[in-house]
Design a protein. Structure first.
Length: 366
């Protein structure tokens, strides 16, 4: 993407800031000598050093401006700017056509020769489209922001001091003072956002490209063109944003569909591998259910659980002499009945009765 540039037009120099094409980040600064009377040569030299550009913002230096302090009826800035343009000859004491601008929220007005400004802009437009035109005092205030309090010296003509006073981000005074009258009043503008103070007015003009062109130092026709271009940029940005959102939604749908399919495959694979385990768990659950049923039956006086039955049979087998043969055994709860043969059946009753595992042993028949 081609860079954006901002150029301050001083009486002797073009001071240029080269910025990123998509965000307000300064890359480098370039200075080229020029003559306002023959702008093509200086602009051509700057173009050869910078290359192609996406857009151009312009700050007209204090040395090329007429400055006046005006008193206008209370109104919004656009209405006051209209009053200034309507009676410019009264405020600037000239019959030559001029282009005027008024400091936002202030009473400092500036004017520039309309014919000269159009020639400069035409020469620049051979290089790239102009998106903002501002006066150096207003551009400097914009670049410094609300904390840019103070009086600053800026470039004017070779025999002059340039002075701009700013309070709360508003230009309250701008003067061109002959060298013989004063000695360089104010301080140099500070560096800001990676831009040296000497190029801060150009940077402020670049920041004006994102604002309404109502306060631009431009004719009514050029302001309309700047406004139309700004609307087109906004429209393109909105369309690009909508297109990006649509692509994002489409990509999200595709990602969700792909993720869903991957999950389905993963679930099927895991289901197959887990089939044996699920069968074992089901068998274990059935056994647990059977044990619970048997436990409940034993607790309610029903048939004894399998484990208790086997234990009772083992105890009887261990207690009987070797010559005893059990032919049949029945159990109802805790009551056992045995039938079989023995060498001495009568001796079995006291024998079993002495065993601690049995009680109430008796013979049911001879």
């Amino acid at each position: 993407m081609s860079p954006r540039i901002a150029v301050e037009l001083s009486p002797s120099m073009l001071r240029c800031v080269v910025a990123s094409g998509w965000r307000n980040a300064a890359r480098r600064t370039v200075d080229v000598p020029w003559s306002p009377d023959s702008p093509e040569a200086g602009i051509g030299a700057l173009r050869s050093m910078v290359g192609g550009v996406e857009s151009i913002a312009v700050a007209v230096g204090l040395g090329l401006l007429r400055v006046a302090r005006v008193e206008l009826p209370p109104a919004d800035d656009d209405a006051r700017a209209g009053m200034l343009a309507l009676e410019s000859e009264r405020f600037f004491a000239t019959r030559a056509p001029v282009v005027t601008a008024l400091s936002a929220g202030g009473n400092v007005a500036v004017a520039v020769d309309a014919v000269a400004l159009e020639r400069w802009c035409s020469a620049l437009e051979q290089w790239g489209p102009i998106v903002a035109i501002d006066a150096t005092p207003m551009a400097l205030a914009r670049a410094l922001g609300r904390d840019g309090q103070g009086t600053y010296h800026v470039e004017a003509n070779t025999d002059e001091h340039g002075v701009v006073s700013i309070r709360d981000g508003v230009v309250i005074a701008a003067r061109r003072i002959p060298l013989a009258v004063d000695e360089r009043p104010g301080v140099a503008p500070p560096d800001r956002d990676g831009v040296p103070g000497t190029h801060l007015a150009a940077w402020g003009a670049l920041l004006a490209a994102d604002e309404s062109p109502g306060s631009a130092l431009a004719s009514a026709e050029r302001r309309r063109r700047l406004a139309a271009r700004r609307r087109r940029r906004l429209g393109v940005a909105v369309v690009a944003a909508l297109a990006g959102l649509s692509l994002a939604v489409t990509a999200a749908d595709r990602w969700r569909e792909g993720t869903w399919r991957a999950l389905e495959v993963d679930v099927a694979t895991r289901r197959d591998s887990a089939a044996a385990g699920e069968a074992a768990l089901a068998a274990h659950a059935r056994l647990d259910a059977e044990v619970a049923v048997l436990a409940r039956a034993a607790g309610s006086g029903g048939a004894a659980p399998r484990g208790a039955t086997l234990g009772a049979l083992a105890a009887i087998s261990n207690a009987l002499p070797p010559d005893v043969v059990i032919l049949q055994a029945r159990a109802v709860g805790r009551e056992w009945q045995l039938e079989g043969t023995a060498a001495s059946a009568a001796a079995l009753v006291p024998h079993l009765d002495r065993n601690g595992h049995f009680e109430d042993v008796r013979m049911l028949s001879a």
